[in-house]
Design a protein around this ligand. Structure first.
Ligand code: XMP
Length: 537
């Protein structure tokens, strides 16, 4: 395999993604919510950074563009900006909050710096009537609405061609230039606190943009398959499968388009859960009929981790070894069976992975480089196929359901790339890995049995290199400690420890001490995130 050129993205969009809405992100806390609300109306939406080029935007052939809110003032030296030409593409635009201020400022109106932020509930008076003579945006909604505000600056004077369509007690709250199809609101239509917010959004989508409500899981699957088929020709593809929901859904989608010209590589790092390698391999091959090469590289990984205690060093070495194994397998395939050149690398990247790696103001030190986006073999001469790149996790689960993936994949708890290595504190040995796998299997079994598995975000065991004294039968024991971690979360950004019934905790503790040799003590982790993280390392 050669070192260059770098991977490029496959650009063909499924038809249901065309004619949707592009949301340009100014760094607002509700940007993801805007995208979701639009998709809830069966209209596709993709979020792009506000710095996206006109070319990138036009790729989606959007029926509309939404400019999000954001924390900045248009007067800040580093205020985020779009290309002003987005306002002249002839595509309807809806500005929300900062989006409205940016439109006003850019088109020659006046925005005033506010002394203090206006935050919370307010009342909107619709100024133009909501009948057919009025604003398309406010059609069919009452003339007085409760709305949700969160803004600093406000609009003082309108650009030429604009009219005000709504006011709060303090400020102009909605403006529009129907001729140019530019609409803007100072408040957040996407949050539930705004009364009739969904109707306002629907008015924009269906009355102004004339978007078609054609985005659904089934349409997405059909069109993604079709677009991939047209794109890939006779080339082959490889995919690094982990058995988690994202990579499996991506692989099954691409498999529909390419059949066995897609080869999946599933690496046993030795850091997987008890029996996970064998069981996942069997399911991928026998139930999902995927073409999978299972590589047991556990010895290599263990050798790399010998003597390593520092968690970040563990992560680095595992990442490096993973890439090496993957690259070797790809190389074997490339030079092996004469079934055509490998042209593509499939990844289950999701939208949150992308956004964590891209920032409105360019690369930022505080944003982590995600495993999928930043980690895999960048220099491989393959084009990237990322069919889930615009979706959120629950949407991927829905698509997985439409693809009839087994529940055990769809509801599977997230598992970190470095696996048990970050749940086994201190040096990793084969013996301690087995101890942890056994304890972890008991935690998961009992959590399932008690009906909690699908209600919680993650449930697992952590092995601590802390020895304590115990007593078993008549003898003294001196063994290790297992910590049990069970958390609830929506997105892993914050998490609460779960108040499990004491009977469940008791069963977990009794079974671990009795059934796992070398463990004398079990503790329950009662820390939430923040300030603690979900994983211990
Ligand atoms: P933390 O520990 O940061 O974890 O609260 C948040 C979520 O991310 C998972 N996690 C990882 N996933 N590589 C991954 O692919 C990693 O290095 C990694 N570290 C944590 C963790 O399981 C939780 O769901």
């Amino acid at each position: 395999m050669t070192g260059e050129p770098k991977m490029q993205k496959v650009k063909e969009k499924p038809k249901s993604e065309l004619g949707g809405v592009v949301v340009l992100d100014f760094g607002g806390q509700y940007t993801q919510l805007i995208a979701r609300r639009i998709r809830e109306q069966q209209v596709f939406s993709a979020i792009l950074p506000c710095t996206a080029s006109l070319e990138e935007i036009k790729q989606y052939e959007p029926a509309g563009i939404v400019l999000s809110g954001g924390p900045s003032s248009v007067y800040d030296a580093d205020a985020p900006k779009c290309d002003p030409k987005v306002l002249a593409l002839g595509i309807p635009v809806l500005g929300i909050c900062y989006g409205m201020q940016w439109i006003t400022h850019t088109l020659g109106g006046k925005v005033e710096r506010a002394e203090r932020r206006e935050y919370g509930r307010a009342h909107l008076k619709v100024a133009c009537g909501s009948g057919s003579e009025g604003s398309h945006l406010f059609m069919g909604v009452p003339e007085s609405l409760r709305i949700w505000n969160s803004h600093g600056d406000h609009v003082l004077a309108l650009p030429a061609g604009f009219r005000a369509t709504g006011h709060t007690e303090n400020a102009i709250a909605a403006v529009e230039d129907p001729k140019r199809q530019i609409y803007a609101v100072q408040f957040h239509v996407e949050v539930n606190h705004t009364e009739r917010g969904t109707e306002l959004l629907r008015n924009f989508l269906f009355r102004v943009c004339k978007a078609e409500p054609k985005w659904s899981g089934a349409a997405f699957i059909e069109e993604t398959t079709e677009a991939l088929r047209a794109k890939v020709g006779h080339k082959r593809a490889i995919c690094g499968l982990s058995g988690g929901v994202d990579s499996t859904v991506a692989a099954v989608l691409v498999h529909r388009a390419m059949g066995n010209r897609l080869t999946n590589i599933f690496v046993n790092t030795g850091m997987l859960r008890k029996n996970e390698f064998e069981q996942t391999l069997e399911m991928l091959r026998d139930r999902l009929k995927l073409h999978v090469i299972g590589v047991d590289a556990s010895d290599r990984f263990l050798a790399q981790l010998k003597g390593v205690i520092d968690p970040e060093e563990k992560r680095r070495r595992i990442g490096r070894e993973f890439i090496a194994v993957f690259a070797e397998e790809a190389q074997k395939l490339q030079g092996g069976e004469a079934r055509g050149e490998i042209g593509y690398l499939v990844q289950g990247t999701l939208y949150p992975d992308v956004i964590e790696s891209v920032s409105v103001k360019g690369p930022s030190a505080t944003i982590k480089t995600h495993h999928n986006v930043g980690g895999l073999p960048e220099k491989m001469p393959f084009e990237l196929i990322e069919p889930l790149r615009d979706l959120f996790k629950d949407e991927v689960r829905r698509i997985g359901r439409d693809l009839e993936l087994p529940d055990e994949i769809l509801v599977k708890h997230p598992f970190p790339g470095p696996g048990l290595a970050v749940r086994l504190l201190g040096e990793i040995t084969r013996e301690h890995l087995v101890t942890l796998q056994e304890a972890d299997a008991i935690v998961v079994e009992e959590i399932r049995w008690a009906g909690f598995y699908e209600k919680v975000w993650q449930a697992f065991a952590v092995l601590l290199p802390v020895r304590s004294v115990g007593v078993m039968g008549d003898g003294r024991t001196y063994g290790l400690t297992v910590a049990v971690r069970v958390v609830e979360s929506h997105d892993a950004m914050t998490a609460d420890w779960v108040k499990l019934p004491s009977e469940v905790l008791e069963r977990i503790s009794t079974r671990i001490v009795n059934e796992v040799p070398g463990v004398t003590r079990v503790v329950y982790d009662i820390s939430s995130k923040p300030p603690s993280t979900i994983e211990w390392e």
